[in-house]
Design a protein around this ligand. Structure first.
Ligand code: ADP
Ligand code: XUL
Length: 542
């Protein structure tokens, strides 16, 4: 193995719409490689998915785990082709993140096959139907588990008690209610399930060659982990045991985010050229790793807020809070041993895409969308909408979509609707931030839509906050939009002896472009109108 200067770290991101990776040289502060496999473009027809998932009706949203494995195979082949065999053997730490909350249900055979796969064939060709007790995984967009959330609340003495124990009220997309639903609807398949993995720990297991532990950042997105102890909450598991028997035995152990959990498997070395001395760390959730990748760590962490404009829009930051009594915010673990607070808005990029193709045609691109934004007036003459084209998480629309237009917004007026969806999404984010007494003056931005300066200017004006883009380390160029795989790589590098603060200084430069609010006062009337429209439809819980 080379000296510390030559050691490289691979961070991965098994996300909703793509599988991406970043290789860094932590000593030099440089990005060696970044790659991505887009599910829809490269594997869409084979797996019958649209934007990375399948909607089965009644709020059920799933994705095939074999698709993630095939994408991983493609990505790792590209990595080797691109950086060459020698550089691959210099990778000494491997970790990653997954879209949060989704669960993978494995039979006893999965563990056996993982221990000794044939290096001549990819894993997706070897983990056959007998390895899964459920061929499709429910993912974070699933909103079908309202009745299971009510069971959590009844059994644990109310919604607030669930939040006090787990950091979040029982939420439809969270893994606990999803597991309960599976156990109730398919008891035989549940009984055959030997291991329930998060998407993150499922992918991690492919590198370890055995079923992998979960990590507290992502484990907090299950409603099953105690947010104080970062252990499975025995009281909850016991309270649900008549619905989901033997659950403890099916859950992995929990290992800290920055711990080394074992060497990379022989299969991975033989098939992709990794060094047998490369170590694997637990995989985390995409949001916790994104927080690290956006440079939020250490003493000045609290108060730094990140807005991620990916499939979902999310807003998050480090926190001392143990739970959010209003029920909208979730508390997750964070790699530096602390906690983070997150608000998730399901109607993010996909709602913007939907409005784009509805009014501008399916061939329209983001330039067309931007040109409409440029020629429509700020604040839209008082027109706005409740922009929940799919069931929304914040506010919780309880498995229903909800699009309601206000201020004379006419459904047939394309330009006004295009502006309205963008403005209204940020009005919604601003409303929920204010409800949590959060009024950040600067916000770091990432995610696929962060390249769109016109959308960012609207966000800055509506939220009345300066937006900061992070510039990618010099040799990579551009701005950071895949902060998740970068954050995972930084976490991996921490186990080589670099402090997270040093890594953050080296990789997360905030000396880049800023989007300053220029017209925040133009939105004063709309902010109040939006708040009135929303409180008219939703009763707050506190
Ligand atoms: P995820 O990690 O959730 O899979 P990403 O962060 O990769 O998602 O973001 C993907 C989204 O970014 C797509 O749904 C796409 O609509 C959006 N996007 C990409 N480019 C632009 C752009 N120029 N303007 C607005 N949105 C964009
Ligand atoms: C967070 C959430 C989403 C997923 C997918 O709670 O549901 O952000 O992590 O990105």
């Amino acid at each position: 193995m080379g000296s510390n200067r030559e050691q490289l770290v691979l961070g991965l991101n098994s996300s909703t719409q793509s599988f991406s990776g970043t290789v860094i040289n932590p000593a030099q502060g440089s990005i060696i490689w970044a790659g991505r496999v887009n599910f829809a473009e490269e594997l869409g027809s084979k797996y019958g998915i649209g934007s990375g998932f399948i909607e089965r009706g009644n709020g059920v949203v799933v994705a095939p785990p074999l698709m993630w494995l095939e994408a991983l195979d493609l990505l790792l082949q590209r990595l080797r082709e691109s950086i060459g065999e020698t550089e691959v053997t210099n990778i000494t730490r491997i970790t990653g993140a997954g879209q949060q909350h989704g669960t993978v249900y494995l039979s006893g055979e999965a563990g056996e096959i993982l221990r000794n796969p044939d290096a001549n064939r990819p894993l997706h060709a070897q983990l056959g139907a007998n390895c899964f007790t459920r061929s499709e995984s429910p993912i974070w967009m699933d909103s079908s588990t309202g009745s299971q959330c009510r069971i959590f609340e009844e059994r644990l003495g109310g919604r607030l008690n669930v939040a006090v124990r787990t950091g979040s009220v029982a939420m439809e997309r969270f893994s606990g209610p999803q597991i309960l639903k599976f156990a109730m609807e398919s008891p035989d398949d549940y009984t055959r399930t030997a291991h329930i993995a998060l998407i993150s720990s499922f992918i991690c297991g492919m590198f370890l060659g055995e079923l992998a532990p979960t990590e507290p950042g992502d484990g907090a997105g299950m409603n099953l982990m105690n947010i104080e102890t970062f252990e499975w909450d025995k009281t909850i598991i016991e309270a649900l045991s008549d619905y989901a028997p033997q659950l403890s035995a099916k859950l992995p152990k929990i290992s800290p985010a920055c711990s080394e959990i074992g060497p990379v498997s022989e299969f991975m070395c033989a098939r992709y050229g990794f060094s047998p001395r490369a170590c694997v760390l637990p995989f985390s959730g995409d949001n916790p790793d994104s927080l690290l990748g956006m440079g939020v760590t250490g003493r000045d962490a609290s108060g730094q807020i990140v807005l991620s404009l990916g499939t979902s829009d999310t807003i998050f930051g480090a926190t001392d809070r143990a739970f959010d009594p209003s029920g909208s915010g979730s508390i997750f673990g964070f790699a530096d041993g602390g906690r983070m607070l997150l608000l998730c808005f399901r109607n993010g990029s996909l709602a913007r895409e939907k409005v784009k193709s509805h009014y501008l045609g399916t061939d329209a691109n983001w330039k067309d969308f931007v040109s409409v934004l440029k020629r429509t007036p700020r604040a839209n003459g008082g027109r706005f909408m409740l922009p929940f084209f799919a069931p929304e998480i914040t506010p919780n629309t309880e498995n229903r979509s909800l699009v309601q237009r206000y201020g004379g917004l006419d459904d047939s007026d394309g330009p006004a609707n295009i502006r309205a969806v963008v403005e209204s999404q940020f009005l919604n984010i601003g409303y929920h931030l204010a409800a949590l007494q959060m009024r950040p003056k600067t916000i770091r931005v990432t995610g696929g839509a962060a390249v769109n300066r016109e959308i960012l200017q609207i966000a800055a004006d509506v939220l009345d906050a300066e937006l900061m883009l992070l510039s990618a380390p010099s040799n990579a160029g551009g701005i950071v939009t895949d902060s998740v795989s970068l954050g995972a790589a930084l976490r991996g590098a921490s186990s080589l002896g670099f402090s997270l603060e040093t890594l953050s200084e080296r990789f997360c430069s905030t000396n880049s472009e800023r989007i300053v609010p220029q017209n925040a006062s133009d939105y004063e009337v709309l902010r109040s109108a939006y708040a009135a429209a929303l409180s008219d439809r939703f009763v707050r819980y506190d």
